[in-house]
Design a protein around this ligand. Structure first.
Ligand SMILES: [Zn+2]
Length: 268
């Protein structure tokens, strides 16, 4: 099948019409690499409403998970974290699940191709047809490239890449006070966003723990590493007119408003 050569020879279906509508619309016709010209830029597969496919970038403590949950709710799409996908996969007794479980237990990094395969399967689920909010991935330029390659395969494209920019010492402070539910991974901050009962998750009464990786020394190192990697991704995404830097030290509401308004502009 030829890529980018137009519609299938058979009757022009709804999907192809949607593509033509998307490519023809001025607001939707954002610059795309030549080999992606026929990929729907920001159109859902189930309706005429443009999709919300948002990638949230930022070091640990930048507020990605919080915004992902907010944006998922307001746009009616799932928030997807590759960390959670890996934990879910590791809980299932399959060859792949067992392999992932072993890697996670060793504390090693799961190879990108495994993460991409899990993500690809997730993005093809019906609930993600109208969009998704991805956080925690990509973390490197290579992962960003692999993500784009995979998105072409599933005929989806990113609407907006948001970089949450927060002063380093604020992120360290957030991580040092961060607690995570053992059961559902919901995060709390003992200073600014405490649970109703100390040490217990509001949602499922799970035990809240402070991760060793969030101690001040580890947190600082993780943040500085990610800041370096983000510079590469900024250069990559920034050249494609889909990159939005947001002051992540504002209130949670203000950050969400800034992202929603940029998304609306892209939707025309
Ligand atoms: Zn919980």
């Amino acid at each position: 099948m030829g890529r980018g050569t137009g519609c299938p020879r058979s009757v022009v279906g709804l999907g192809a019409l949607l593509v033509m509508w998307a490519v023809g619309g001025t607001a939707m016709a954002a610059p795309l690499p030549a080999d992606r010209a026929m990929v729907p830029f920001a159109v859902s597969e189930t309706g005429l409403r443009p999709a919300a496919r948002i990638v949230l970038l930022g070091p640990p403590g930048a507020g990605k998970a919080t915004q992902a949950a907010r944006l998922a709710k307001s746009n009616g799409v799932p928030a997807i974290s590759t960390g959670q996908l890996l934990r879910d996969a590791a809980a299932v007794v399959t060859m792949q699940g067992t392999e992932i479980k072993a890697i996670l237990e060793r504390g090693d990094v799961v190879p990108d191709d495994i993460v991409i395969a899990l993500l690809k399967a997730r993005l093809k689920q019906p609930d993600a047809a109208d969009g998704w909010i991805l956080h925690g991935f990509p973390r490197t330029l290579l992962q960003a490239l692999a993500l784009d390659h995979m998105l072409v395969q599933v005929k989806q494209a990113v609407s907006l890449v948001v970089s949450l920019q927060v002063p380093e010492k604020v992120m360290v402070e957030r991580l040092v006070h961060r607690q995570v539910c053992r059961t559902c991974s919901r995060t709390y901050n003992t200073e600014t966003n405490p649970p109703a009962k100390p040490g217990i998750c509001d949602d499922d009464r799970g035990e809240l723990i402070h991760r060793d990786e969030d101690d001040e020394k580890n947190a600082t190192q993780r943040i500085e590493d990610q800041l370096r990697l983000n510079e590469e991704m900024k250069a990559y995404y920034g050249s494609r007119d889909m990159y939005l830097g947001v002051d992540g030290a504002q209130s949670i509401d203000s950050i969400q408003r800034a992202i929603e308004s940029a998304l609306q502009q892209r939707r025309g």
